[in-house]
Design a protein around this ligand. Structure first.
Ligand SMILES: C[S@@+](CC[C@H](N)C(=O)[O-])C[C@H]1O[C@@H](n2cnc3c(N)ncnc32)[C@H](O)[C@@H]1O
Length: 214
């Protein structure tokens, strides 16, 4: 129960997504068996449509985990795409490298090991999209760099912004999550009111914010 959409709606939407039989599917199974939080299937689908429809080629991802979403995005972005993805955890970093190699996307995906804020500070260039999927309480810290690194018209996609419904109502709030919730609410208010961005929050997966750099 995500507390974002009714279960029957979520189940129905997921039933429409064609099942895969390749290494991407093995990554989905591995994540499930090992409780690794990868993007929800409908979020992966949303990213694919966005990337294909906007011909997105240059992407920064914050939060690689096992390399699932970066592989999904690399496949959608196609030949010649460039994805820089950042992961601070040793084990995740190693698994991501293995998975990306297995998918044959080493030429499209560069995994950088380190803390996202430090890595972002050192990055230069103009990217079509930034996908934020790391520690939920820290999105606001990454924001200045995300905006700096996006081209005009580029997209900032922030995942898990409704965090099991807790962001929208205190009725669902778990006490030990209060700091994350407060920070996420502040982040959403921030990106919704910045003159540099136009933002929409969508009840897809665990909640997505899609912002366009003006
Ligand atoms: C939700 S998972 C990413 C899932 C991945 N995007 C996918 O869908 O396949 C979040 C990951 O971000 C990493 N992470 C969290 N905070 C980070 C930070 N400040 N810098 C780098 N990595 C971070 C965690 O170690 C974790 O593996």
């Amino acid at each position: 129960m995500s507390n974002i959409a009714h279960d029957y709606i979520e189940d129905y939407i997921r039933s429409l997504i064609p099942e895969r039989k390749d290494h991407i599917k093995l990554m989905e199974d591995y994540a499930k068996e090992n409780s690794i939080p990868i993007v929800h299937p409908e979020v992966a689908q949303f990213l694919k449509v966005l990337i294909k429809s906007h011909k997105i080629k240059k992407i920064i991802e914050v939060g690689t985990a096992i390399g699932y979403s970066s592989s999904v995005m690399a496949e959608a972005a196609g030949e010649g795409s460039q994805i820089v993805t950042i992961e601070r955890d040793d084990n995740m970093y190693r698994l991501a490298l293995e998975n990306i190699k297995f998918c044959g996307f080493e030429d499209r995906i560069k995994v950088i090991k380190g803390d996202a804020l430090e890595v972002l500070e050192g990055l230069e260039g103009s990217f079509d999209m930034v996908f934020l999927d790391a520690a939920k309480g820290h999105y606001d810290h990454f924001l200045t760099h995300c905006i700096r690194l996006l081209r005009q018209g580029g997209l900032l996609i922030s995942d898990n912004v409704l965090f099991r419904g807790m962001i929208a109502t205190n009725k669902l709030l778990i006490r030990r999550k209060i700091t994350i919730v407060k920070r996420m609410r502040k982040y959403l208010e921030h990106i919704s009111n910045m003159k540099e961005l136009e933002t929409v929050v969508l009840p897809v997966g665990d909640g997505i914010a899609m912002s366009c750099k003006l």
